[in-house]
Ligand binder design. Structure first.
Ligand SMILES: Cc1cc2nc3c(=O)[nH]c(=O)nc-3n(C[C@H](O)[C@H](O)[C@H](O)COP(=O)(O)O)c2cc1C
Length: 348
């Protein structure tokens, strides 16, 4: 399938997740297979345009991840168009607009899901961006702001008319946040009404669910929390879709994933070939941000954040989570991972 002129080898996508889907994580998921597209964490359009935001590193991506979509947020058409040009200048394949974030800090400034309450403004943002860049402009929205205003069908049509190349709908309202269930009937309805590709998002925890959600008539499925629990879920979904038995991720595979994630995080920007990593203009010099925060501490916090999800459903998972959360050093963290995932079971 294609978004504008960008081909996706698989309809299964790593959903954008602030704080979680950094470039190292995306690369590791991509390596497992079955992943047609990755989306960065959301990046402030103001930060991009001014080139001074501490969060600019969220826009970083590497060649290994292509095709890559950089997600930006903001509510001002001119600033969003300028930010889209920066994204295009970084060589990204797609620029995505966040119209789903319900967090007050974002939504207060006519950005994120607030744009669902200002559909004309939302359409102006997309129109300005689509005029400013040649790469596809896409939108990720929710079902609506609240139950009384489930406006995704109207807004999706408006942004399509304004020049959006694809739309994703997370079938919950902003008020719902993450409670209740995603409304896939609504996603399906929008998919039937639009001429551009429509993607669905919400509640795919098992690979079988990822595949069966395609029956909603969507062009693809974004998987969020399911990938954090099981980074093989997209590869397994691709297996199932191709009629193969889904590959099995062993206990050792799960341990190795954590070890690889630690190593990639530790060695971010170290010894990489020229052109491998793409930075937003104004991003701190290589290594500077992580070093400034204390690199080990930063890596430990990243592993802790992932383990909140990664340990769910594992035998002894909550015990592992507690231990990871109390690890005082990287050495200790590695020992905990070794012991949990690699130690041979005690002889009976
Ligand atoms: C920790 C976390 C961070 C998220 N950050 C973003 C974000 O930056 N941009 C966005 O569009 N959606 C974000 N989302 C929403 C997801 O992309 C996805 O639409 C939602 O979690 C529903 O899918 P799931 O049930 O597969 O997780 C986030 C979700 C989680 C759990």
């Amino acid at each position: 399938m294609k978004i504008g002129n960008v081909g996706l080898a698989s309809p299964f996508v790593v959903a954008p997740m602030a704080g979680m889907t950094d470039t190292a994580f995306r690369r590791l998921v991509k390596r497992q297979g079955g992943c047609g597209l990755v989306v960065t964490e959301m990046v402030s359009s103001e930060g991009l345009v001014r080139g001074i935001d501490r969060t600019l590193e969220y826009a970083e991506y590497t060649e290994e991840e292509r095709p890559v979509s950089i997600q930006i947020f903001g509510g001002d058409p001119a600033r969003m168009a300028a930010a889209a040009q920066i994204v295009e200048g970084m060589g990204a394949d797609i620029v995505d607009v966040n119209m789903g974030c319900p967090v007050p800090k974002i939504a207060r400034h006519s950005a994120g899901c607030s744009l669902m309450r200002q559909p004309e403004q939302a359409a102006s943002v997309i129109e300005a961006m689509a005029r400013a860049v040649a790469i596809p402009v896409t939108v990720k929205m929710r079902a609506g702001w609240n139950d009384g205003t489930r406006t995704a069908p109207t807004l999706a049509r408006m942004v399509q008319d304004a020049g959006a190349a694809a739309v994703t709908i997370h079938g919950r309202t902003a008020e719902q946040s993450y409670s209740g269930l995603a409304d896939w009937d609504l996603v399906s309805r929008v998919a039937g009404e639009l001429t551009i590709p429509v993607f669905g998002s919400g509640d795919c925890i098992e690979p079988e669910q990822v595949v069966s959600r395609m029956e909603a008539g969507v062009s693809g499925v974004l998987v969020g929390r399911g990938v954090l629990r099981n980074p093989w879920i997209l590869a397994q979904a691709a297996d199932i879709a191709a009629g193969r038995p889904p590959r099995i991720a062993t206990q050792r595979d799960r341990g190795q994933f954590l070890c690889d994630y630690i190593e990639l995080l530790l060695n971010e920007r170290v010894g990489e070939g020229q052109g491998f990593r793409h930075f937003a203009p104004g991003t701190a010099a290589p290594g500077e941000t992580a070093v400034a925060r204390g690199r080990d501490r930063w890596v430990i916090n990243k592993i802790r954040a992932l383990c909140t999800w990664y340990t769910k459903g594992l035998d002894g998972g909550s015990h592992l989570r507690t231990r990871v959360n109390s690890a005082a050093s990287l050495g200790e963290l590695r020992d905990i991972v070794d012991e949990f995932f690699f130690a041979a079971p005690a002889p009976v």
